[in-house]
Design a binder for this molecule. Structure first.
Ligand code: HEC
Length: 631
């Protein structure tokens, strides 16, 4: 029972995982000789937002800088379209044209792309965010980034031009296509750098008087579309829409303040450490543009530059799930009283074992659903508990009352569903039921909820995944149950340490505290003596809990010590403090109680190692002193 309680808490509350390799955002390539960072989204001529920050699918990326005027650039239109179609058929590659000429409007660029029948997405980079990172010299110039974002080829598309105006009748060497083919087949790239021939690329001088010229339509709208609009549009979580010039301009000062303080977009892990999938932090360039736009008088600019609104998928954020299950009956939540923890059993009827790559929870009634935790039960115990009570599901405080056979994630308002990287998944045994624990906050009137869960499977058969290294993901956790925070205490510090008995691969991290949480830092002390920061949340915000997946999962050797340090603020100064005046707070499930958990998602080269670590961790947790019972 105790074990089940622990498991329950683990799986459900928040699943976050963080990316370690701090170097990953700035990869350095010896051959092509450039550090590359693509930590910002770009918007194409159709308004579609391309998230250059994440590359979970491990795609090769090709950028070819073009212009509307340069004859050399234009002469390559057909070659590039054919190449892009060929690569699309092959798969594994994202191919982009880029127009980064500040004197061209988006509309003119779009007309150009249509006239020249460009069959690939063309990014409009008038603020030269990407161009300045890649240090573009001429148009056309091609850049190939490998799956890790390292620049592995830059230069000519092929050897058609020896010099401007000197075009060979026959092309002999297809540098760009050869570089991509080599990458896709795991062969070395023979020529990593060539001197491109074309028209000189007009880069914007740094700190130029162009400051005054930053406009909403050209420079700011792409940032708002890519970074803010998914939440700041009607029907979404943010309190007001940011979908047009007026809405953004009238809040200019406030936007500047919350973005420079990094309150918006909400993203808890602080900079400087490892890279996570879906990182929402704005780049310095984006912040500069916002500042320049504001200082320059919030100009609207040329309507021809305004990108169309991005298409947003309604409903499932990860696309159509492989399996959709709904609470069997609507559940009625009483108008008031304490929080309610209700468990619902949803039979899955999967005919064979599966790996679960992602889950998405759609609350039936957002007003009353606070969060949900998704457990698995292969014993039928939950069905019996459900059958023993007259209402839909069953009520329980402090755990599901059975030992779950697994857990596949959770949901809260601030959580973004994501697939585990690299075809990884959590185990789902055939015949298992999904048991969802839903935490309801009564709203003052009677509410009804019937929530839905979408499940996304790893495409491959389980046996195949298990025969490969590092595909099965399991979770462990660390906690400190000795929680007794005096009223008024500003810096209440709790720590936890756990030594890994076997080598593992760290896939993700999920810190969890409640309203008094102030900061949490998680480090790994390697046997070599080196320390790496796994996640650092310098300003905890209960509303924005997430599962953080490392973009590049990384190995930790046996005997690595995981360390968690959490600080709590139970003073009046903590704006989230639920009590005024502050009250003594101890460990517990309710939002007004406190917790210290950090969950880790792990995989391993050998499945036995992962299973050993999971069992070892359960035993370790059972030895931890438990919370004092409330006086
Ligand atoms: C993941 C969803 C999400 C994203 C992305 C997001 N916001 Fe927000 N934003 C919110 C929510 C929710 C609130 C309300 C927060 C609250 O009430 O504490 C908010 C509040 C704000 C506020 C008001 C803050 C205040 O109280 O002064 C501003 C201004 C704002 N957002 C600007 C932005 C801008 C600009 C971006 C993009 C650069 C952005 N937001 C991206 C969800 C989001």
């Amino acid at each position: 029972m105790r074990q089940s309680l622990v498991r329950f808490v683990i799986s459900g509350i928040c699943v976050s995982i963080m990316l370690v390799a701090s170097a990953s955002a700035w990869a350095h390539d010896e051959r092509a000789g450039l550090p590359v960072v693509t930590a910002f989204p770009l918007v194409d001529l159709d308004g579609k937002v391309w998230d250059m920050n994440s590359n979970e699918a491990g795609r090769v990326r090709v950028f070819v800088f073009l212009s509307t005027e340069c004859p050399v650039s234009n002469s390559y239109s057909k070659t590039l379209s054919e190449l892009s179609i060929k690569l699309r058929r092959k798969g594994g590659v994202e191919f982009f044209g880029v127009i980064a000429d500040p004197s061209t409007t988006r509309k003119a660029a779009a007309t150009h792309a249509r006239e020249y029948k460009l069959s690939f997405p063309v990014l409009f980079d008038a603020s030269q965010q990407l161009a300045s990172v890649l240090k573009v010299k001429v148009v056309p110039e091609a850049f190939v980034l490998d799956a890790k974002g390292v620049l592995v080829y830059r230069g000519k598309i092929d050897d058609a031009y020896r010099d401007i105006g000197r075009r060979r009748p026959n092309v002999q060497t297809h540098y760009l296509s050869d570089a991509v083919d080599a990458l896709l087949t795991g062969k070395p790239i023979r020529v990593a750098v060539t001197e491109p021939v074309g028209c000189v690329f007009e880069s914007l001088p740094a700190n130029s008087p162009k400051a005054a010229k930053v406009t909403y339509n050209r420079d700011i709208a792409p940032i708002i579309h890519a970074r803010c609009m998914n939440c700041h549009r009607p029907g979404q979580v943010a309190p007001f829409a940011l979908t047009n010039y007026e809405q953004v301009a009238k809040r200019g000062r406030q936007i500047l303040r919350v973005t420079t303080r990094r309150i918006m977009p909400p993203w808890m892990p602080t900079a400087s450490h490892a890279k996570f999938v879906g990182d929402r932090r704005l780049t310095d360039q984006e912040l500069n543009l916002l500042q320049q736009w504001f200082d320059g008088g919030r100009a609207e600019g040329n309507a021809d530059d305004l990108p169309p609104a991005p298409p947003f998928a309604e409903g499932w954020r990860l696309g159509k799930p492989d399996l959709v299950v709904k609470m069997p009956k609507p559940f009625t939540v009483r108008a008031d009283g304490p929080d309610l923890f209700q468990y619902f059993v949803l039979p899955l009827d999967v005919p064979e074992d599966k790996l679960v790559a992602a889950v998405e929870f759609l609350p039936g009634n957002k007003r009353v659903v606070h969060h949900a935790v998704l457990f698995l039960d292969d014993s039928g115990a939950a069905r019996k508990l459900d059958a023993a009570t007259p209402e839909p599901g069953y009520h329980s405080f402090g755990g599901p009352q059975f030992a779950p056979s697994g857990a596949i994630g959770g949901w809260s308002v601030g959580n973004t569903p994501r697939r585990l990287p690299n075809d990884m998944g959590r185990y789902l045994k055939k015949g298992s039921d999904l048991v969802i624990q839903v935490h309801y906050h009564p709203t003052g009137k009677v509410e009804v909820d019937q929530s839905t869960v979408g499940i996304y499977f790893v495409d491959k058969p389980v046996a195949q995944s298990l025969s490969e290294k590092g595909k099965l993901v399991g979770s462990i956790w660390m906690a400190n149950y000795q929680m007794d925070i005096p009223a008024g205490e500003r810096n209440y510090r709790r720590t936890a340490r756990y030594k890994l008995p076997r080598p593992v691969t760290m896939v993700g991290v999920v810190p969890h505290m409640h309203l008094l949480g102030k900061s949490m830092k998680v480090t790994a002390a390697l046997p070599s003596g080196k320390k790496v920061t796994l996640i650092d949340v310098a300003r905890w915000d209960y509303n924005w809990q997430d599962e953080y997946y490392y973009e590049k999962p990384f190995k930790l050797p046996a005997d690595t010590v995981l360390e968690v340090e959490a600080i709590y603020d139970n003073s009046e100064d903590n704006p989230s403090n639920p009590s005024s005046p502050p009250q003594r707070v101890t460990w517990g499930d309710e939002t007004t109680d406190e917790m210290l958990f950090c969950f880790f998602l792990l995989t391993s080269d050998k499945v036995e190692d992962l299973i050993h670590v999971i069992h070892h961790n359960v035993q370790y947790d059972l030895r931890q002193p438990r919370a004092k019972v409330k006086d």
